[in-house]
Design a protein around this ligand. Structure first.
Ligand SMILES: *Cc1c(COP(=O)(O)O)cnc(C)c1O
Length: 458
């Protein structure tokens, strides 16, 4: 059975494979002219890629050839400066390159026993973020896969804390638990509630899209006994609007209810002196999340989940099993214990490396650039005839209408932009009215990129 290790041993063949893949990666990381690309129908991809999986294998050259010529061109270049849909991604070169190191080193990020060095560095990043957000020295957490899992894990910890509190005080647990959030909260809050089998109570925002404390207080007055968490959004995905976090915190904490701040997209805006004032109150959060794969310029996929008191997270999430006792009987800091996961990639390390390399000031500058550009293009849209701004941007999201356009007009325009490889801008809507939306995050996006896109809307 000597051949069993032929894929693992260092041999002329495995050396060649590693070289091929690293050469490709190097070229992609340093390319100046990566096309935007676009998806193809499944049948078309089947035809072009052919069958790649067989008993004998097709060899690395052929497999990489299929990836290079067929599969990669069918994936949109999400870090393209004219990718302005959803929430884009724009990893720094340092962060993207270091992701290769995380893979190459087979790091295990779940436990201190196995990954102490990696966990130490990740924790330094979490500490830095907690300081930026004004959270106390006790705060800590873990990098999880994405904001959806971060929100779920935080809400599970919140419910656990509420349950424990009821048990300690002899109060009866409600028949249905509920989480309170704004009507603008991200869909992942409703997803978490479905997984947890709890109710979502939505509170209307003011006309400006901001959830305010008095609205939360009015709702809580009737339902607080079954509410285990209130969620404030620090940068809504649709508009980049930040809730009145201080007001929401006061309303929640008046009933001893956990405040979770969902800042998956927008909390990074706190790094910029231009936006910092919008986030007053975040320092009172019981848990927060922010996604490094969004506005912190790390590669997919990473969410920083931070608890004010990490012990609450550990109590809710530690897995117990005979084979794990050797880990869980220790007092070491094991990231697996703080979310709904066990095995984990040390996915905070690309951000750590880039942040250590460039320093926080470079991040402040890059985040500020998006905010400045969003304001500038908002001014331009207001000034152009035939265009109207739906709302002044707070962060990097600019939502606007082309006067008289129907949903079909936006759809056709968006498809054409992608077909001709000009830009990726998907239509959105607000209160039933179709619109277009620029999510500005990539520091390489220019004002001319944006006006060039507006010029196509006739
Ligand atoms: C993107 C986003 C999420 C979900 O994060 P994923 O990483 O996509 O799971 C949650 N909340 C807000 C506000 C977001 O913008």
């Amino acid at each position: 059975m000597t051949d069993a290790a032929r894929m693992h041993d260092v041999t002329p063949e495995t050396r060649r494979i590693v070289d091929l893949v690293l050469d490709y990666s190097r070229e992609r990381l340093l390319a100046q002219d990566t096309p935007l690309d676009k998806p193809l129908p499944a049948a078309e991809l089947s035809r072009l890629a052919g069958r790649t999986i067989s008993e004998e294998g097709v060899g690395a050259e052929r497999a990489l050839g299929v990836f290079t010529h067929v599969l990669a061109p069918a994936c949109i270049t999400t870090d393209d400066p004219r990718y302005l849909s959803f929430i884009p991604t724009a990893p720094t070169k340092a962060a993207a390159a270091f992701d290769l190191v995380v893979s190459a080193s087979a790091l295990y990020g779940g436990s201190w026993l196995e990954g102490a060095g990696a966990v130490h560095a990740e924790n330094e990043v979490l500490r830095w973020l907690a300081d930026e957000f004004g959270l106390p020295a006790s705060a800590g957490g873990v990098f999880v896969q994405g904001g959806t899992l971060g929100n779920l894990s935080a809400l599970v910890a919140a419910r656990e804390a509420a349950r424990a509190h009821r048990a300690d005080t002899g109060a009866a647990a409600p028949t249905r638990w509920a989480v309170v959030c704004s009507s603008q909260a991200h869909s992942s809050i409703a997803s978490a509630a479905r997984v947890m089998d709890v109710d979502v109570i939505t509170v209307p925002t003011d006309a400006d899209g901001v959830l305010r404390g008095d609205a939360v207080a009015a709702v809580l007055a009737n339902v607080h006994e079954r509410v285990f968490a209130v969620v404030a959004t620090a940068g809504s995905t649709n508009f980049g609007i930040v809730d009145d976090i201080a007001g929401v915190a006061a309303a929640a904490h008046a009933h001893d209810i956990w405040l979770h701040v969902d800042g998956a997209y927008g909390l990074a805006g706190m790094l910029s002196p231009l936006a910092r004032h919008l986030y007053a109150g975040v320092e009172q959060a019981d848990s927060v999340i922010v996604d490094p794969h969004k506005w912190l310029f790390a590669p997919f996929d990473a969410c920083a989940l931070i608890y004010r008191d990490p012990e609450q997270g550990r109590r809710a999430h530690t897995q117990h099993a005979e084979y794990l006792d050797t880990l869980t009987d220790r007092s070491d800091y094991s990231p697996s214990d703080y979310a709904a996961h066990l095995t984990r990639r040390a996915r905070g390390l690309p951000l750590w490396f880039s942040l250590a390399t460039h320093g926080a000031a470079a991040y402040r500058e890059a985040v500020s650039a998006s905010i400045v550009l969003a304001r500038r293009i908002a001014d331009e849209i207001e000034a152009r005839s035939g265009f109207s701004l739906v709302r002044r941007p707070q962060l990097g999201v600019v939502v606007f209408e082309r006067d008289g356009w129907t949903r079909a007009d936006y759809e056709a325009w968006s498809q054409r932009l992608l077909d001709v490889q000009h830009a990726f801008v998907t239509p959105s809507s607000h209160e039933g009215r179709p619109n277009a939306r620029f999510a500005i995050l990539n520091p390489r996006t220019t004002f001319d990129d944006l006006t060039g896109i507006l010029d196509t809307m006739h």
